[in-house]
Design a protein around this ligand. Sequence first.
Ligand code: DQA
Length: 144
Amino acid sequence: MKVLVINGPNLNLLGKREPGLYGHSTLEQIEARVTALGVELGLEVDFVQSNSEGTLVDAVQSAAGRAAAIVINPAAYTHTSVALRDAITAVGLPAVEVHLSNILAREEFRHTSLTAPSCRGVIAGFGAEGYLLALRAVASLLAS
Ligand code: DQA
């Protein structure tokens, strides 16, 4: 079974971007760890990263028919994107939202996730490890 992992704006800068908040791992390193865990869990993982909202909406839509579940870090679009929320709802696949930082412990504008209500759950605050936890969550959702 295939899982699509989608990363939003500025996550291509991981490793260099505010490492105190987001850690020292690059997106490539995180993706390699997720791929390896996928092998263990019997899941094939595809990755998309974009800085553009429309491309992210297209990526969510593209999951229909080719993936069994979605892991998504919508990054800043978490707090603004009705379009992404609607896309996740529209495809109807189980989705897990992930954030490297604990968005509830940060500025107030980050406390609201427009996308989370379209997801089965949210993992936030565990750094890169959160992506692995999200993949495990997806594996458990797909097994149930
Ligand atoms: C983030 C949290 C968002 O508020 C922020 O805009 C990001 C990254 C996280 O992974 O902690 O770009 O999604």
